[in-house]
Design a protein around this ligand. Structure first.
Ligand code: FAD
Length: 507
């Protein structure tokens, strides 16, 4: 995918997108080229800034994210100029972008960080909501306050969090897999979490906040609502903090999970009545699946592929995202990944000269290297990767401009993600779900119900990945064991023996 190098162009560095990837990229460029102007063009009225960045271990990182007015970024980096306007077209041969406000910006190097949008199970149905940005989250909350029953479709991070957080409303959660959280977990971890899901919700949650939304940011965003068509940036961990996710009823959590099914058809009320079909009542308990015919009239009905039909107030489509590539495709022959993202090589270059991409909009087409570097890496559209990619894209743009060589960034050696599900700390390391290892691997488990779940993936005596749920304190040790590929065969089961302090062991 080596792109032909055109002669150096006049113009500036231009970054599109005010999410984590775009802002991190612009900041890095501003640091590398202090006497040059960096243009950040974004459709959203606020930008996302990474604050309180903390390198927890070699590759695990934690940070807060603040929504800020763009002036705060310009004040921090006087050589960054933010233009609040949507990019309508990319003219790659002329090295310029056209924006909604009628302006044209010539670039010498461009980085596209336009994020992604929710992949809805059907477009144009007012009863189907997706959650992506602050506006859509607030719309969801508004609808929820009037709801007695909703359906959640999908099995990723957003669906997981919703299922856990919603109170006072019946939730029917339809997933196409056998177990919840398939994107993140195996069946064992899912079972560990399911027991928490069907247990009563505790009154107070452990305070732990990784996302902060400043008041200024909120205000600016509210003002911008008048111009309702803007495309906001994606939310992140704890996106529901500050939102009251409560329906009309007084009970806490009431959830029913339909596994191994998809949506077959969605009916509006009138259409459903004409169909003469029957819908089902909310199942009375988790074990007794026998349900009776529902006499209540609902605004919308969902027929599942397992032939069950449920009525509800609205449906949340949490079925993944589609990269935001449309504005850039017209007249440009980008190579696209299977998921529709802009394919990028190991230097974050797309297939077009001087056009880079980072974050949710791109599809990493990094060749798995024969040596250990990148062996434990794969792309997931997550906050941490958006930051790393934005940072690394800027480094690559700078190196190409200055004629320097650049190695792949350290953080790309190992997939490492820390998040929270159901109020548990969750750390995912390396090939935590034995991705691409085939059947030639074994798993070791340690589970204390309600407290911790630890799984390690081993191959030929070496640790390849791990899932750590709860306060295990094992992340740093396991990260090192994955990276140094030490032969652990002789330790056998001791590796997860709770009576052995393995941190000490491998010190
Ligand atoms: P975005 O943040 O989407 O930013 C894209 C930017 O591009 C926006 O500023 C937008 O306005 C701008 N833009 C789009 N089109 C144009 C255009 N044509 N012209 C100009 N500008 C444009 N990740 C985690 O790691 N942990 C989590 O717990 C987590 N939870 C999540 C919960 C929710 C509800 C959602 C929606 C996502 C969650 N994510 C989570 C994913 C994470 O938020 C994204 O992976 C990350 O924010 C992507 O960053 P980005 O910069 O690539 O894109």
């Amino acid at each position: 995918m080596e792109a032909a190098r055109p002669p150096a162009m006049a113009g500036t560095f231009v970054v599109v997108g005010g999410g984590i990837a775009g802002v991190t990229c612009a900041e890095q460029l501003a640091i590398q080229f202090p006497s040059e102007e960096i243009l950040l063009v974004t459709a959203s009225p606020v930008i996302k800034a990474v604050t309180n960045f903390k390198q927890v271990s070699k590759v695990l990182e934690e940070f807060d994210v603040e929504e800020q007015p763009s002036t705060m970024l310009e004040n921090r980096f006087p050589n960054i100029k933010v233009i609040e306007s949507e990019v309508k077209q990319l003219k790659s041969e002329e090295h310029c972008i056209l924006t909604e406000d009628g302006s044209q910006h010539v670039y010498k190097k461009l980085c596209l960080c336009a994020g992604a949008k929710p992949k809805l199970i059907c477009e144009g149905n007012p009863y189907v909501l997706g959650i992506r940005d602050t506006d859509s989250a607030q719309e969801f909350q508004k609808q929820l306050t009037k709801a007695k029953r909703i359906m959640i479709i999908g099995n990723g991070g957003i669906a997981l969090e919703l299922a856990y957080e919603i109170e006072g409303c019946e939730v029917i959660w339809a997933i196409k897999d056998k177990a919840i959280g398939n994107t993140f977990f195996d069946a064992g971890a899912a079972e560990f979490l399911t027991s928490k899901l069907i247990a009563e919700k505790p009154e107070a949650k452990i305070a732990h906040k990784r996302t902060r939304y400043t008041i200024e940011g909120r205000k600016k965003e509210a003002e911008a609502k008048a111009d309702a068509s803007h495309i906001g940036s994606a939310l992140g961990p704890d996106w529901h903090e500050g939102l009251n996710l409560k329906g009309t009823k007084e009970f806490s959590r009431k959830i029913h999970i339909e596994t191994m099914c998809e949506v077959k058809k969605i009916y509006l009320q009138k259409e459903f009545r004409l169909s003469k079909k029957n819908s089902l009542n909310f199942p009375r308990d988790h074990h007794n699946q026998s349900v009776t015919t529902d006499k209540e009239l609902w605004p919308v009905y969902v027929e599942l592929t397992n032939e069950k039909i449920y009525g509800c107030d609205f449906i949340v489509s949490a079925t993944g995202v589609t990269p935001n590539v449309e504005p850039f495709l017209c007249g440009n022959k980008f190579d696209l990944g299977e998921d529709g993202g802009l394919k990028v090589d190991a230097h974050m270059r797309t297939s077009l000269p001087d056009v880079y991409a980072a974050g949710d909009v791109c599809s990493a087409a990094w060749q798995p290297s024969s040596f250990w570097q990148q062996r434990f890496l794969f792309q997931m559209r997550l906050w941490t990767q958006a930051r790393q990619m934005g940072w690394y894209a800027a480094k690559c743009m700078a190196a190409a401009t200055l004629g320097d060589s650049i190695d792949m960034d350290f953080s790309f050696e190992l997939f490492a993600h820390v998040t929270k599900f159901f109020n548990y700390k969750v750390v995912l390391l390396g090939k935590y779900n034995a991705q691409s290892l085939g059947s030639d691997h074994e798993l070791m488990l340690r589970c204390t119900r309600g407290q911790e779940y630890i799984k390690v993936v081993m191959q030929n005596g070496r640790m390849m990945g791990a899932v750590l749920i709860g306060e295990t304190d094992l992340e740093e040790t396991f990260e090192n064991l994955i990276l140094n590929q030490m032969n652990l065969s002789s330790y056998g089961e001791d590796l997860l023996d709770p009576n052995i302090d393995i941190e000490d062991y491998f010190d």
